[in-house]
Design a protein around this ligand. Structure first.
Ligand code: C2E
Ligand code: CA
Ligand code: CA
Ligand code: CA
Length: 276
């Protein structure tokens, strides 16, 4: 190896070797995580203009036996690359539908909705529509209670197939939200094509909305446009009363963020609902 040129030697960079090892270990552990039930869903409340809860977004957590809680930001990308997102995503959908079944049976929770993040890989699977239908009927879930969150990156490939799947699910009543709106390759063209119910204003616009008049204008424009197109708007990452008031004054009527509740395990979420 020593005789090879400089470029070849780079392959033996110990730092790169280490990064590779960490990744390989993570991948092996991720494969085991599902069968050893190391994933958990956290629920983050979503509220209306009067701060009444109407649903939640489910956010996955990996509770690693040695390393503790691992953020989805640290394993979802790997799960997507390796295809593990398919069984993981199916587990998320299954768990969310099982929870909706429980809620539907109680008078005080029967109208709550759950928003589930779906990655592009999942969505472009040929049998995704059937998978969703199977979960809904397995748990007797009203399709209107399930909201699938997509990001714009999903649209980079296979737009036609994705639109066909969305239309099929929409026709049975499943809801759709466009997540992180405004951060991606936003083409307004997509807004016309897709059967969306909700636009989710990305938290990067909400963060500085009180101080930054540009962000304020962008958010105002998004809200006005969404309303004209007939979409519901939800703002995420709302942390302060001042942010909420500003959003409210711009016409936003749905909110999610630490101000109303952090993502939490289901038991805690149940207590939060009782308090409100
Ligand atoms: P996302 O879908 O944009 O989720 C919103 C993120 O913002 C969550 O991070 C949430 O905990 C955080 N957040 C909520 N309220 C606030 C707030 O007031 N302030 C701040 N600073 N942050 C807030 P989390 O749970 O770490 O999830 C990160 C990302 O991982 C998600 O971003 C989503 O893209 C992905 N993800 C999470 N669960 C799933 C899943 O089940 N499937 C897939 N495919 N992706 C998931
Ligand atoms: Ca989301
Ligand atoms: Ca988001
Ligand atoms: Ca995001």
């Amino acid at each position: 190896a020593k005789k090879a040129g400089r470029n070849t030697l780079r392959f033996f960079d110990p730092k790169m070797q280490e990064a590779f090892n960490i990744r390989a270990t993570l991948e092996i552990e991720l494969r085991r995580a599902l069968e050893s039930k190391q994933f958990q869903l956290y629920y983050q409340v979503q509220v209306d203009q009067l701060a009444r809860p109407f649903g939640a977004e489910v956010l996955i957590r990996w509770i690693h036996p040695e390393r503790g809680m691992i953020s989805p930001l640290d394993f979802i990308p790997l799960a997507e690359e390796t295809g593990l997102i398919l069984p993981i995503g199916e587990w998320v959908l299954d768990t969310a539908c099982a929870q909706l079944e429980v809620w539907q049976k109680e008078k005080s929770t029967k109208n709550l909705t759950l928003s589930v993040n779906v990655s592009a890989k999942q969505f472009s699977q040929a049998d995704f529509v059937r998978q969703v239908q199977a979960k809904l009927s397995r748990y007797n879930v009203k399709p209107q209670h399930l909201k699938l969150e997509l990001t714009e990156s999903i649209l980079l490939e296979h737009v036609d197939n994705i639109v066909i799947s969305m239309v099929a699910l929409e026709s049975i009543g499943v809801q759709f939200s466009l997540d992180d709106f405004g951060t991606g390759y936003s083409s307004l063209q997509y807004l016309k094509m897709l059967p969306l119910n909700q636009l989710k204003i990305d938290q990067s616009f909400v963060r500085d909305i009180v101080e930054d008049s540009n962000d304020r204008s962008i958010v105002g424009t998004i809200i006005a446009m969404a309303k004209n197109l007939g979409f519901e708007v939800i703002a995420e990452g709302v942390e302060t009363e001042a942010q909420k008031e500003l959003l409210l004054s711009k016409g936003c009527q749905h909110f999610q963020g630490y101000l109303f509740g952090k993502p939490m395990p289901i038991e805690q979420f149940g207590s939060l609902l009782k308090l409100k």
